[in-house]
Design a protein around this ligand. Sequence first.
Ligand code: GLN
Length: 337
Amino acid sequence: MNNNSFLLPAKAICIAAFLSLNTVMYAQKTADISAISEKTLSNILEKNRTYYTQGKVADYIPELGKMDAKAIAFSVVGKNGKIFNTGDVHKKFTMQSISKIIALMIAVSEKGEADVFNKMGYFGTDKPFNHFSNLETTGKPLNPMMNAGAILTTSLISGEGEKPFLKILNLVRYITKNNTIDYNTSVYESEKSTGHRNRGMFYLMKNNGLISGNEDQLDNYFKQCSIELTAEDLAKIGYFFANQCVRFDGDSTYKNEELARLIQSQMLIAGMYEFSGEYARTVGLPSKSGVGGGIAVSVPGKMGIGVFSPALDQHGNSAAGYHMILDLVKQYNLSLF
Ligand code: GLN
């Protein structure tokens, strides 16, 4: 056997391997999201149902501690606003920090991006959601996704008393096309009476000259966190920001490509707090979590995902929720990267 006759088959194997690898990669890239069905979602949900045992329901807001750790729901709003739901689809929970993206949209619409981000940063973080040492060092919150920046964002929305909160509530109702959505007064009262750390941040920012109003503004933040909705509502919110602020039914009253880009960039860099970097590596999509157990995900230009499971991991993100998102992303190659 000469050298050539030995090399030829090896070459052929290499070419064949390259071609088949290409086919696999191409197949992944073109995974058809219109193939997503309720069955797809329920298979993923059942596979991940028990992840709640690895997390813990938030109880630092006492009323949240009463949530049923076993509740779980998974929703997608896909092409042309088509809705798929599985699990405890009617189960309501409080949106908590997911409300921060709605407040940011309103504050930036009213004040302009430059004004809002003159008072806080575009920074990512290696710190939990309630971290605030930046208020002492640089004098400003790191970003609008962590509590300090979010409390400040809500205080920037114009109007006396409850008005800024009502704007947030009305925008959530608009995006979800669900006028029955309201806030849970028990959760609100519970956070208002125990949220001393948030109150501390509020006064530090008042001391720094970033906040000029009274405690009504903090109450608006507590109220927005207490807005109750379902996983389907979250999927509609994810869809809205994924599609230039166009609603799932095609209504384009708020269409704004730039604003949707800004919100999604903040979701990507800080929406999952200190887990955001690892999450960008594994899921690779703009997402926002809340300690009520919800996560809203935007698949840019394509779809919205909403998950709910109240047991949280050490970062304050839904444990089972994360794994459901991860499986859907892998199955349909949804990561941006
Ligand atoms: N209301 C909660 C708080 O301010 C929101 C935090 C969260 O969802 N990560 O502590």
